[in-house]
Design a protein around this ligand. Structure first.
Ligand code: RRO
Length: 309
């Protein structure tokens, strides 16, 4: 019985990983992840310079959802590149803001030459919380232009993935797919938070987070159906491996994502709630489901979703 997998050329002993943004910003958090059962260490999305992010309160969660407007607080790309040496136990995937890559696309060559300990890159094309900036992958022209630039100026021997926003319309799935399929992208992470949701604090008759008058990215259990749908759409429409993300709290959530075509899953809201113990728990729960169903490896059920007729 094994949960090992390969995502875009990155070999993982365990298909259950942390999602970018959750407990992966500072050195202690990265070391904690290195010592945990996560299959890979994925960093907070990084920018050129350190950012403190948006004013607090900027995160809230309950049993149904999380809402955040962190505003990309991070220690700057150089910090995450230098931290690679400390991540000795598993693959290390550095998340980079799509806006930063747009400004300096040759960064990818620089990273692969100078930081061989970095295993892969996840380019964030979908941050919903930057005041005055769109989510890149909703602006198809900009999305395509950035990818053109990336593959023009780099040979991209390092595995590259894109973190996508959720799409809701078949036309949008088709448009995004047409762009993605033009480039040798190694993996997709489906999905980032649902942009610009709102949670109302009934007792105080107010918003629950401060930035953008309460608008924030929604994650947690309530987004799982959207994450599953996006995973399955891109599984059937592209050749990219997929990290399923959005509402993974249990082994059965992970199983559902893999059934929809994911090669691995990322845990974000649940990681914030439970801490790094969530990885071994979800790992055990997934293995138990596989034992009950007589499956020995992920390929026994990956993408094998039945359509009822
Ligand atoms: O930092 C954030 O506000 C943030 C980012 Br970069 C992201 O990609 N997704 C999200 O929900 N929050």
């Amino acid at each position: 019985m094994s949960l090992n997998t390969n995502i875009g050329g990155i070999e993982l002993d365990n298909c259950i990983c942390n999602g970018s943004g959750a407990l992966c910003k500072d050195r202690d958090e990265l070391i904690n992840l290195n010592n945990s059962r996560t299959g890979a260490v994925i960093t907070k999305t990084s920018t050129k310079d350190l950012r403190v992010g948006n004013p607090e309160p900027r995160y809230f969660d309950n049993e149904m959802l999380s809402i955040n407007s962190m505003g990309l607080p991070n220690n700057g790309l150089q910090f995450y590149l230098e931290s690679a040496k400390s991540i000795t136990a598993k693959p290390y995937i550095v998340s980079i803001s799509g806006f930063y890559i747009d400004e300096e696309p040759s960064l990818i060559t620089y990273i692969q030459n100078k930081y061989p300990h970095v295993t892969g890159l996840e380019l964030n094309m979908s941050c919903p919380n930057l005041v005055g900036k769109p989510q890149i992958a909703y602006d198809f022209e900009q999305f395509d232009n950035i990818l053109t630039k990336i593959y023009e100026v780099n040979d991209c021997s390092i595995p590259i993935g894109l973190k996508l926003p959720p799409y809701f319309d078949m036309m949008h799935f088709d448009e995004a797919t047409e762009i993605i399929n033009k480039y040798p992208i190694n993996f997709l992470t489906c999905i980032n938070g649902l942009g610009n949701g709102m949670y109302v604090d009934l007792e105080n008759e107010s918003t629950i987070i401060k930035p953008k008058n309460g608008f924030g990215g929604i994650g947690g259990p309530c987004v799982k159906p959207i994450g599953l749908a996006n995973t399955h759409q891109f599984y059937t429409k592209t050749k990219c491996d997929i990290f399923g993300c959005g509402g993974v709290s249990t082994g059965s959530d992970a199983f559902e994502y893999i059934l929809c075509g994911a090669s691995g899953v990322q845990v974000a809201t649940q990681l914030v709630k439970e801490g790094t113990d969530c990885f071994s728990r979800i790992n055990c729960e997934l293995k138990q489901i596989m034992i009950n169903k007589n499956y020995e490896c992920l390929d026994d059920f990956k993408g094998k979703l039945n359509y009822i007729n």
